[in-house]
Design a protein around this ligand. Structure first.
Ligand code: ADP
Length: 179
C-alpha cells in the first residue's frame, strides 16, 4: 500500500528491513545501543562490525530518542538507531516515548539530508507494545511529519509478517479516510 502525503510517498511493505535500499534504515535499538535479537540483531549481522563500533563510541541513547551511524555493509548508507519503550500497561509514558522515537528518527533524517528512510515496527517484538496501538502511533507520527517536511521524499514501513502489515494497513487507511 502507498499514499502520497503532501510531496512525499508513504509506503507499507512486508519484508526484511536489512534488504532495503533506502538511504537510511531505522533500527529498533535498546538504550545501551548494545545490539540484541530481532531486527537489531539482523541489522548488525547484515551490516557488519562497523555499526557496533560507532554505537560503542556513542555510548547509548535515551528511550524516545535516536542516534545515527553508518550503514556498514548494508545497502542503506545510514542506520538510525531508535529506542522505543518497553511496554508495561500503556500508562507509563509508552505512547509519548514511541512517538518520540519515530519523530526523533525523522528529524535526524532531515538534518542529515536523507531523502528516503525505512522503519521497522518499533517496540512490537521483544518490547511487547500492542501492535494495533503501535501502528496508529507510527503512522500518525509519519503522516504529521511529512505534512510539514517535504525534504524527506519516501518513508517506508517494512513489516516482517502479515499480521503486522495488516495492522499498519488498517492504521493508514483510517488516517487517510478521516482526512
Ligand atoms: P523491539 O525490541 O523494539 O520490540 P524487535 O526487533 O523485537 O524490537 O521487534 C520489532 C519488530 O521488528 C517486530 O515486528 C519484528 O517481527 C520485526 N523484525 C524482526 N526482524 C526484522 C527484519 N529483519 N526486518 C524487519 N522487521 C523485523
Amino acid at each position: 500500500m502507498e499514499v502520497i502525503i503532501n510531496k512525499s510517498r508513504l509506503e507499507l511493505l512486508e519484508g526484511d528491513i536489512t534488504k532495503q535500499d533506502t538511504e537510511a534504515v531505522v533500527n529498533a535499538a535498546n538504550s545501551r545501543l548494545a545490539g540484541g535479537g530481532g531486527v537489531d540483531g539482523a541489522i548488525h549481522r547484515a551490516g557488519g562490525p562497523q555499526i557496533m563500533e560507532e554505537c560503542r563510541k556513542i555510548g547509548g541513547c535515551p528511550t524516545g530518542e535516536a542516534r545515527i551511524t553508518t550503514g556498514g555493509k548494508l545497502k542503506a548508507r545510514y542506520v538510525i538507531h531508535a529506542v522505543g519503550p518497553i511496554y508495561r500497561d500503556g500508562r507509563h509514558g509508552e505512547p509519548e516515548l514511541l512517538l518520540g522515537a519515530y519523530k526523533y528518527s525523522l528529524k535526524l533524517a532531515s538534518e542529515n539530508k536523507i531523502k528516503s528512510v525505512a522503519f521497522p515496527s518499533i517496540s512490537t517484538g521483544a518490547y511487547g507494545y500492542p501492535v494495533e496501538d503501535a501502528a496508529n502511533i507510527a503512522i500518525s507520527t509519519a503522516v504529521d511529519y511529512l505534512k510539514s517536511h517535504t525534504e524527506i521524499e519516501i518513508v517506508c514501513f517494512v513489516l516482517f509478517n502479515t499480521d503486522t502489515y495488516k495492522a499498519y494497513e488498517r492504521a493508514l487507511s483510517s488516517i487517510i479516510n478521516v482526512q
